[in-house]
Structures are given as structure tokens and as C-alpha cells.
Design a protein around this ligand. Sequence first.
Ligand code: EPU
Length: 420
Amino acid sequence: MDKFRIVGPTRLAGAVAAGGAKNAALPALAATLLGDAPVALDGVPRVRDVETMRRLLAHLGQQSEWRGGTLALAPGGEASPDDAPYELVKTMRASVLVLGPLVARRGHGRVSLPGGCAIGVRPIDQHLAGLEALGARVALDHGYVDVRADRLTGARFRFAMPTVTGTENLMMAATLARGTTTLDNCAREPEIVDLARLLVAMGARIEGAGEATMQIQGVPALAGAAHRVIPDRIEGGTYLIAAALTGGDVRLEGTRAEDLTPLLEWLAGAGADVEIEPGAVRVRRNGTLRARDMVTAPFPGFPTDLQAQYMTLMTQAEGVSTIIETIFENRFQHVAELARMGADIRVDRRTARVHGPTRLAGASVMATDLRASASLVLAGLVAEGATTVDRIYHLDRGYEAMETKLARLGARVERLRSAE
Ligand code: EPU
């Protein structure tokens, strides 16, 4: 398993380009199953989760190939399976995104139940209840959900909580349903708006994406399209936090500042200078960092996917910051590793209190999930001496060429490859 070795402390300075959003690319790839013509996607990041989704699509008969910076997808033509096997779903929960398209387009989809994952239980009951509301029959057998429908029928469905992939699955399913579907209490993340843009380009009729209530009028068929995936606000946000953390000066290019609120407000509140430029955001810090409480929430709240990185920032801030994780019940696994580097963080269920500032010392630490890994890499940038972050495959799921991007900003970081 590859590792990162980081020697700190360092100050990051310079420009970094935002990659395409992993969490917009994954539903976009799944959406290509809905159409019967080629789809060309630009801005798809070359990360491991995208490769996993491509493998799953190939299994389902949807071929994809890189043509320069464009990922071109086209149906294979042959009769192919309608299932997402356990081997793929267990490495990537987002595999469940093929369920809506398969049921809508082929009348049948079978997906391995994702089970638990490092950050929590994460059930898919809302995806299934939504499909049932559209007339699908859901059966559980041998660890799989088997969903069938001759043709889905539009209906009104209210999500019990805003779920990102749940909203995406239902949106995709409803595009080919008979009649109109109204979805209430939808997730409003920018990735959902991006998916709606692609679906509309393919011929779907969707109103209200990005709002709590969305209306989808079913159409008989969807066509091909060309689409550019939005920049990754979580990847970009990670580099901006790193800038504030290291007392640096980083310009994130090719980003959309509107997707980065409230992070930018929190960075400013903690003592960083934030400048919004056309297509770019610059974060600098000269003065002291101040503790600032934070609660994760669905968009437009503070994203859970930046909670771990923000916690690393707060280890260097003056005062006590209270961080509450409201989305996932087990997303504090970085705490124990940060503590091994010298952080003073006390956890009580979903609340973490970070007492800062503390001097961090380089250590060998273990990545447990994608965003936790990023928080440990950030800690390594400000720690004295060498930090080794093991199990970097978690990072490779969602950060494209992280070591290259960090090195260009002045970090001393290298990937230690292992033969395994
Ligand atoms: N939930 C249910 N039932 C459902 C669906 C969700 O109880 O049927 C609960 C979850 O357990 C959780 C909450 O609802 O407590 C919200 O989860 P959501 O469904 O929104 O999460 P997700 O769609 O599985 C996506 C991202 C995650 C990100 C979350 C929250 C993708 C592919 N994944 O997951 O990204 O943390 O939304 O914003 O879009 C990451 O990139 O590191 C990552 C984990």
C-alpha cells in the first residue's frame, strides 16, 4: 500500500488548479446509462472512484474511453447484466447510483447492499422508498436489492432527510417515468444542479434542481450530450484550508466561489484573508488563527466532507473550537491519529472540542477514509519533522495527483510506493 511522507513545517504558496468534482462525475457517469447515444464528459477527475465507476459501467455494457481530457461513453449494444456486484459496491458506495438509471431504462436493477462503511452505517432506505413510490417492486435477496418496474410512474415523494445520492438516484429514475414526479426535501448540493444540467442536455425535463422541491416530467427517451463537470469544491476547499493552516498564500484557479461558501466565511472568521477573483479564490494568512465553532450541515451549510480538514486547522487556532458532525455518526476517526501527532481534541459522541494551538510533531499515522486522510496530510504540513500517512489508497479515491499539487505549492511530500 502506498504511503505519503511529508516533512514539515512548510508554508504553501502559489497557484493550484481545481480538479473536476468527483461527486459530480460519479452521478454523471451513472446517468449515461439512461440514454441511447454517446455522452462526452469533460472535467472528470482521474481518481480511483471514477475508475471503479467505469469498471461498473463496463460490466453493465456501457463502454468508456479517455480521448485526451474527455471521457467518452457509449452503449455497447450487446445484452448485458443489470447488476452491481458486491466486489464493486463494497469499495465504493456510490455504485448505488446505477440503480435508478437501470430500473428506469431497463426495467430491472440489482445492486449489492452497501453495508457499513468507515464513516457510518449509511443506509439506502430512502433510495428504495422513492423508487417504490414510483411504482417499482423492491425485493431483498442474498445481500442484494432487486428492483423491478415495467415502466416507472411519476409520483410525489418526500425524502425523510436530504440525501445527496438518494436525490440523484430518484431524479435520474424520474426522467424516464410516465408523468410528473415531485420530490420534496431534496438535497441541494451543487453536484445535484450539475447532474440536472447534464440530464436536461440529454433531453430530460427538470425544474427546481438546487431547491428543496424538484419537479421532473418524464420523457420517453434520452439522447446523448456533451457536458463539463463542475470543479471539486471539496478538493479545492482542502487546498484553501491548507493555505490558512500553513500561514501561506494560495490561489485556487478554475473554481466557483459560490460553491465554497460557507468555507470561505469560516476561513475569514478564523483569521485568513479571502479574496474572490473571477474564476479563482485566493487565501492568505499572516496573523494568528482564531478558534471558530462549526457544525456540519447539508448544503448550503458547512460540508461534512471538509470537517476533518477544518479540524486540523483548528488545532493551530487560539482557543477552543467546538465541531459538531451532524451528517455521519462515525466521522471522527482522524481524531485519534491527530492526537498521536500532539493535537488536544476531546470527543463526546458527535461533538469534538479542539483545544489550540498545539505544536504537532511528525508521526506515522493511518488513513481511515478519504477526507480523514486529507486531514492527516494537512497536519503533516505543519508538524515538525516527518509524517508518514499510510493507506493512501483512500486519498487516491478522490484527490487527483495530490502530492504533485502540494509539491508545486512548496510542500515537501513524496509518495512511497509499495509492491503490494
Ligand atoms: N441516509 C439515510 N438513508 C438513505 C440515504 C441517506 O439514512 O437512504 C442518511 C445517511 O446515513 C447520512 C445522511 O442521510 O446520515 C446523508 O447522507 P447522503 O445520502 O447525503 O450521503 P451520500 O449520498 O451517501 C454523498 C457524498 C459523500 C458526502 C455526503 C454528504 C457522493 C458520491 N458522496 O454521500 O461524499 O459526504 O453526500 O454530503 O456524492 C466523500 O466524497 O468523501 C463522501 C463521503
